[in-house]
Design a protein around this ligand. Structure first.
Ligand code: SF4
Length: 492
């Protein structure tokens, strides 16, 4: 079989998600864009986690070559020595898998150990291992048990990271055996798909984002501007309507079971006019008490905790932007903090935030659960701040609420209540022209600073971009409140 027709573990997983995706991977790679920086970061973290997990097996030996053929040859030899192997590769009859860890047991059996950065066992992990198991068995190995090593999110770092605490090892043998039912048929079917001249036609829907976002975008082309996949919290309704041939929001039948928000979407798509609930917006605006503190945080969240006293995936705030408007009509005063990247940023973050937040007045956030959650975690970590955090959280007002409840909705939001969609739809301003324009990019940019592997100029540029981005998030809230206020006063 030609080398290009090898079905690897990752392609098997892609094929399970969608046969069309699998076809593109083999026959038209141009349809499959390279992974973005966020996905690459997840891969890189996965490699770091994999390396650390290997220390759980101190006598293991890495099949230390990325050369495909050499790895297979070395694996064959080392399997005969019955050593614990890291990253051995197996290829038989066109299916190929490189395992994380293969551990010899008893006289002639082996355990498979797969390492994941997730905090629990997921269905896709089981299918992944079932493919590995099949590869090993086809190569003549007797597999006894299968284990998944995943992250223990209750682990708290003290000093050096302890792999025994960071990782949890779960026996998933029974689940893997269940998932292996029919695997030969699935593999055979996938080879048929790969070899067919045209991509299979497949209906778009939840498969395009479950369990992973599919990078193929062309399948989504041709949908109307306002389409059923934009239904707010549409869930199964989107696919159901699409399957019935209803593509545009305007074409949804009157008697179709939509909730209140979805009905507003349909009406706005037909009229192309925004919806405005004056009473609800008035009610929201009346909760604001001056001075107003417009506040936004940026955080990083790493699998392997960086600092003492922190857990895997804990949100670590490294930046805030705060615009303070003392009274109606007054110009905002801006404060910000951006960590230097040379140590735990939290104490300084907290100290500066407390200095500027005053003791009274509403703190306006967008999706306040996030900022409140981060503050609560900080209060738990730094006991002297507990009372202050409790008093601060009481002052938080969430600007997301009127948009989540559709007290205001503009058809150009396309079903999203995110500030990135609300700001341009409501005010005409946007995030264009920024080199950092979303939270994920901000986290990645700060990680570059932390890495210490960039030049001083690059670091300066990243810091400037971060400051601009976070500042725009709080400016955006000022603009949104101003626009809602003028609409409430009867402006067109
Ligand atoms: S976008 Fe959806 S339908 Fe198209 S290849 Fe990806 S998963 Fe399949």
């Amino acid at each position: 079989m030609a080398k290009t027709r090898l079905l690897s573990k990752s392609k098997y997983m892609n094929g399970l998600q969608c046969p069309r995706y699998l076809w593109f991977l083999f026959n038209d790679k141009a349809e499959v864009p390279d992974v973005g920086a966020s996905t690459q970061h997840i891969f890189d973290e996965g490699h770091r986690v994999g390396d650390l997990a290997q220390t759980l097996f101190p006598h293991g030996l890495k099949v230390d070559t990325d050369d495909f053929g050499l790895n297979l040859d070395q694996t064959k030899k080392l399997v005969l020595e019955r050593r614990t192997l890291f990253e051995p590769g197996f290829l038989t009859d066109g299916i190929y898998s490189r395992l994380d860890i293969l551990d010899p047991v008893g006289k002639d059996e082996w355990d498979i150990v797969e390492v994941k950065s997730s905090t629990k066992v997921k269905d896709e992990n089981i299918h992944d291992i079932s493919f590995q198991r099949r590869c090993c068995e086809r190569s003549g190995l007797k597999i006894r048990n299968c284990h998944l090593v995943h992250i223990n999110n209750q682990y708290i770092r003290h000093g050096n990271v302890e792999p025994g605490g960071l990782f949890t090892l779960e026996d998933v043998t029974d689940k893997v055996i269940d998932a292996s039912t029919g695997i030969e048929d699935r593999i055979r079917e996938m080879f048929k798909v790969i070899l067919q001249p045209e991509p299979p036609s497949v209906t778009i829907g939840s498969r395009c984002s479950e369990p992973y976002d599919c990078p193929v975008k062309s399948c989504w082309g041709g949908l109307p501007e306002y389409n059923v996949f934009q239904l707010y919290r549409g869930g199964k309704k989107c696919a159901e309507l699409y399957a019935r041939g209803v593509q545009s929001l305007q074409a949804i039948p009157e008697d179709y079971n939509l909730n209140a928000q979805q009905r507003i979407q349909r009406t706005c798509a037909i009229s192309r006019q925004p919806y405005f609930n004056a009473k609800a917006i008035d009610r929201f605006l009346s909760t604001l008490k001056y001075p107003l503190y417009y506040m936004d945080f940026e955080t990083i969240s790493l699998v392997i905790p960086l600092y003492d006293g922190t857990r895997p995936y804990q949100r670590m705030p490294f930046q805030f932007s705060l615009h303070v408007v003392a009274a109606p009509g007054q110009a905002p005063v801006h404060y910000s903090y951006l960590a230097e990247g040379d140590g735990d940023p939290r104490p300084q973050f907290l100290a500066e935030l407390r200095e500027h937040l005053g003791v009274a007045g509403s703190i306006v956030t967008y999706n306040g659960a996030f900022e409140k959650g981060v503050l609560t975690e900080l209060g738990e970590a730094f006991l002297g701040f507990q009372d202050w955090v409790a008093a601060t959280n009481v002052r938080v007002v969430d600007l997301l609420i009127p948009f989540r409840e559709f007290s205001y909705y503009h058809p150009e939001q396309k079903g999203s209540a995110s500030i990135k969609h609300v700001l341009p739809a409501l005010t005409g301003r946007g995030y264009e022209g920024l080199d950092i324009a979303k939270g994920d990019d901000a986290s990645l940019a700060f990680l570059q600073i932390l890495s210490g592997e960039i030049s001083a100029d690059a670091m300066l540029k990243i810091r400037e971009d971060l400051l601009k981005y976070c500042s725009l998030d709080t400016e955006a809230m000022i603009l949104i409140i101003a626009r809602l206020t003028s609409l409430a006063l009867g402006a067109p």
